[in-house]
Design a protein. Structure first.
Length: 636
């Protein structure tokens, strides 16, 4: 059987997490040959061994942090069966990741349902949005097969201080966000933590229609992938002040300072001992577990942080779902989710939409100052203006899928305004140029095919190829059409077989013009096609438009008002104006600004008084019947 596609997916995923020649342990447990383990610095070999040895194993794992190079000698780029030696914390070179694992609450040994799986994704989106608000750069987003993963890049030594810092982060986020449906795993703080290998199947229990086996996969990798600074990690979560103070939870998990010791005594819960805990916290070890009286080994505990936040639990697996919430509800039922008035708190529809919409990334365009949402749709990512119908339809779809009811337009508008304000005032680096049709990349240029899969082409000095990443970001106008899939390689000179030009010099000028249209960051001359009636000027312009910027409306009538002309220029990468007789001075000036790049003012909406100033460059083309243009723009 050909596993090349699976191998390609695994290698690509590992390449997004691992550095070149980094040593990684592959580990597959609970196989019919015991624990299978090997050490790799060649990703292709790791992927091939993972596929060959996975079979019906519940899961395939790899060490998230880099392993010391000498361990490669245990099993260099191959695996051993019945392995006795695996990676320990002392075997890790350094820490590269803060791993967040969102695991749906369910009985042990079974896969999650689609609903449970989705709830984990939603909570991951909420935590990601929250950390972004604290200044964290974007993480790698992934699907574990049963839940969700967020991977935040760090650069820390492998020492006790780093371990405690990562542990504090996980416990603080668990205290704030874990609920009775999804838990943030607080046990993944150790340096030698193994992680689900993306591109492999998570097989917990039987594969049933209600609880299916799913592939673990990387969903999104930001470009660039930025590192969370040690200073930001410590200032945000080292003392837990920033994380905890932002909690909106009600009742006993809010920042109301209560006397934990008195509360426990009030309800007859015996304290075995109390002791100082991390960063000024106090830990109360209980004589008997309040959730299961058979647990008398002092495994139950309550922790109060300096700000008043409280965490509770028990180390026994049977009590893994127990929290401070469940403890409070056991002794004071009905008050956990109450407001001051005593009435149950209910999320508004706008708040529910905000929670769902947190799955998207929000960017403030550096030119238009408009906010755009980037979200996954059918295994690709799309970018839409927050004011667009497409974004609103996406929110409506997610809302109906989760709540089985229709979102009101007013609630969608309120949620959109929230996302807009967050991107504008708490963007934390989410400022990007959102491009139309063509964009610059570090080593070349990119072209948006504008098809349903949001495919892109990368153009470099060595040739053209499909782009495998989501960056750069493109937006689309309502009139844009898809470009047919190109065939590589090609010869641009074949175009000359279909146009009628006077001489070879004009042919060269036309080819140069078309090629430079794919370079968005330079000034573009205005193409002017002159000729007698019937000389195929309009036909030629339609053909050129299809090559560069396919549109539902290929040839445009030049708008009479400057405001309408500005709107037309912003919505078309190659605006082609047909049958011109003359240009006014104002029209000519605006076309020159679009050609060389400059500020173009337009209304945000026809009903708005505010203007938006855009700095754009466009590939303008004009067609006239030997027209005498008043104040003509620079042209060839």
């Amino acid at each position: 059987m050909d596993f090349s596609k699976e191998r390609e997916v695994i290698v690509k995923a590992l390449g997004q997490v691992k550095m070149l020649n980094e040593v990684t342990e592959l580990r597959i447990m609970n196989t019919n040959k015991g624990t299978v383990s090997g050490y790799f610095n060649q990703l292709d070999d790791l992927a091939q061994n993972a596929i060959q040895n996975a079979k019906n194993a519940p899961g395939v794992y790899f060490t998230l942090n880099p392993v010391k190079k000498e361990l490669l000698a245990r099993a260099s780029n191959h695996v051993l069966q019945w392995s006795k030696h695996t990676t320990t914390d002392d075997d890790i070179e350094c820490r590269r990741w803060v791993p967040l694992d969102f695991d749906p609450v369910r009985p042990a040994g079974i896969s999650s349902t689609d609903t449970e799986h989705e709830e984990a994704m939603v909570l991951a989106g909420k935590v990601k949005a929250y950390l972004t608000g604290l200044g964290f750069p974007a993480p790698i987003q992934a699907d574990s097969g049963n839940g969700a993963h967020l991977l935040y890049r760090i650069d820390l030594p492998n020492n006790d201080e780093s371990r405690e810092l990562v542990k504090d982060i996980l416990e603080a986020l668990d205290s704030l966000f874990s609920n009775n449906k999804v838990k943030i795993d607080t046990s993944v703080y150790n340096a030698a933590r193994i992680w689900k290998l993306y591109g492999t199947v998570a097989r917990k229990g039987d594969n049933t229609p209600d609880r299916p086996h799913r592939y673990a996969k990387v969903l999104k990798v930001p470009s660039p992938l930025e590192t969370v600074s040690e200073k930001l990690l410590k200032s945000s979560v080292g003392k837990k002040e920033s994380l905890i103070s932002s909690s909106k939870l009600k009742g006993p998990v809010s920042n109301q300072k209560i006397d934990v010791e008195a509360w426990l005594q009030k309800h007859g819960i015996e304290i075995a001992r109390s002791e100082p805990w991390n960063n000024g916290s106090t830990k109360y070890v209980l004589k008997t577990c309040p959730w299961n009286s058979d647990h008398t080994d002092k495994a139950a505990y309550v922790i109060q942080f300096p700000t008043g936040l409280i965490k509770a639990g028990c180390h026994h697996d049977s009590c893994s779902n127990e929290t401070w919430r469940t403890l409070w509800n056991k002794y004071e039922p009905g008050s956990i989710s109450s407001t001051i008035s005593g009435k149950p708190e209910k999320m508004s529809q706008a708040d529910e939409l905000v929670l769902i919409g947190s799955e998207a990334e929000y960017y403030l365009d550096t030119e238009s100052k408009e906010v755009f949402a980037c979200f996954e749709n059918q295994r690709h990512y799309e970018t839409w203006n927050l004011r667009s119908l497409e974004f609103q339809q996406w929110l409506r779809y997610l809302y109906h899928r989760k709540f089985k009811k229709t979102a009101k337009t007013e609630a969608i508008n309120q949620a959109s305004l929230y996302f807009e304000s967050q991107a504008m005032y708490e963007g934390n680096g989410h400022y990007q140029t959102i491009n139309l049709r063509a964009a610059k990349s570090p080593d070349g240029y990119c072209y948006d095919l504008t098809n349903a899969k949001w495919d892109k082409i990368k153009i470099t000095a060595s040739g053209c190829a499909r782009l495998n990443t989501d960056a750069p970001l493109f937006f689309r106008s309502s009139s844009a059409k898809a470009q047919p899939d190109p065939l590589f390689p090609g010869d641009v000179r074949l175009l000359l077989n279909h146009v009628h030009l006077r001489n070879q010099q004009d042919e060269i000028l036309l080819l140069v013009y078309l090629i430079t249209c794919l370079i968005p960051d330079i000034s573009h001359v205005v193409l002017v096609l002159n000729g007698e009636k019937g000389a195929a000027k309009s036909t030629t312009m339609r053909m050129l438009k299809k090559i560069i910027d396919p549109s539902k409306i290929e040839l445009l009538v030049l708008p009479k008002t400057i405001d309408n002309l500005a709107v037309t220029l912003t919505q078309n990468y190659m605006p082609c104006f047909d049958n011109l007789g003359a240009l006014t001075k104002e029209q000519s000036n605006l076309l020159c600004v679009a050609s060389t790049g400059g500020g173009i003012s337009k209304r945000r909406l026809y009903t708005d008084a505010d203007d938006v100033v855009l700095d754009i460059k466009r590939c303008v083309a004009l067609n006239g019947c030997n027209c005498q243009l008043k104040n003509p723009p620079h042209s060839h």
